[in-house]
Design a protein around this ligand. Structure first.
Ligand SMILES: C[S@@+](CC[C@H](N)C(=O)[O-])C[C@H]1O[C@@H](n2cnc3c(N)ncnc32)[C@H](O)[C@@H]1O
Length: 246
């Protein structure tokens, strides 16, 4: 069944261009994915197609009006079967692989891209299921965050990424960062590919990769190792790395 993404935005052009390119565009051609990008102004109620207004209580900036948003959400989701409405926001749950997999369970996602100071609070209360953040920083709008959400979910739709196994091995898939990669030539400006990768010994290569994944997770993101199920041998390896660091 085709996975559907609706994106509600004031700036559809850049989004459409991105969605038509690369793997995502190919997945649309294969009917694996469907993208509908909606111009928020099309749901405005006045002749100037206005979607923002001043803040009650005073203060700088504008807020996105509730009427166009509610109308858009109701119309877009009316034929959803198992869908979810997401507002991209720096105040939302931070996007990570666990959230990507959770959102991947929904057949349809409506992603709302805010601008200005954000959207009227009443839309969050009555029309939005979840707020999702790209990280602890503030963007000018939700568009980049929406594309990030789409792309990382789409990669898990069967058929979108050529080799499913490559997804299983990626960073975060098993709670670890992925092992290092090399391609030809064997030597580049004095730096050689590790001999083990040229050995043809697949068992040893697998073992090396697992250890390298552990090593780089220990070095770059030690927080990921907390609570992770490791074998006795792997725990000892991490202990060795800790000892070396002391
Ligand atoms: C300038 S921001 C508004 C920030 C808001 N006034 C606040 O302080 O929470 C405008 C829009 O960009 C989007 N945005 C900004 N930072 C984001 C982030 N880290 N993750 C997801 N969306 C973000 C949201 O849709 C937001 O409505």
């Amino acid at each position: 069944m085709t996975r559907r993404f609706d994106i509600l935005t004031l700036f559809p052009e850049g989004i459409v261009t991105y969605l038509q390119s690369s793997l995502l565009g190919k997945a649309v051609e294969k009917d694996l994915l469907e993208f509908k990008v909606h111009q928020m102004r099309d749901y405005a109620e006045d002749k100037h197609r206005r979607v923002d207004d001043v803040l009650y209580g005073g203060g700088e900036g504008m807020v996105m009006k509730p009427e166009p948003l509610a109308k858009a959400i109701e119309q877009i989701r009316k034929d959803y079967r198992k869908g979810r409405v997401i507002y991209l926001s720096p105040q939302g749950r931070r996007l990570d692989q666990a959230l990507v997999r959770e959102l991947g369970d929904y057949q349809e996602l409506l992603l709302i891209c805010g601008r200005y100071e954000g959207i009227d609070e009443r839309i969050l209360e009555g029309w939005v299921d979840e707020e999702v953040s790209l990280g602890d920083f503030v963007l000018c709008g939700g568009e980049l965050a929406a594309l990030a959400v789409v792309e990382c979910i789409a990669r898990y739709v069967p058929g979108v990424v050529g080799k499913a196994k490559s997804l299983e091995e990626e960073s975060f898939a098993e709670g670890l960062l992925e092992y290092p990669h090399y391609t030809r030539p064997e030597e580049f400006q004095g730096r050689r590919v590790p001999d083990i990768l040229l050995s043809g010994n697949h068992g040893e290569i697998e073992r090396w990769r697992r250890r390298e994944a552990l090593r780089r997770t220990f070095e770059k993101r030690p927080d990921l190792l907390e609570g992770l199920k490791l074998s006795e041998e792997e725990r000892e390896f991490i202990e060795e790395l800790r000892e070396k660091r002391r």
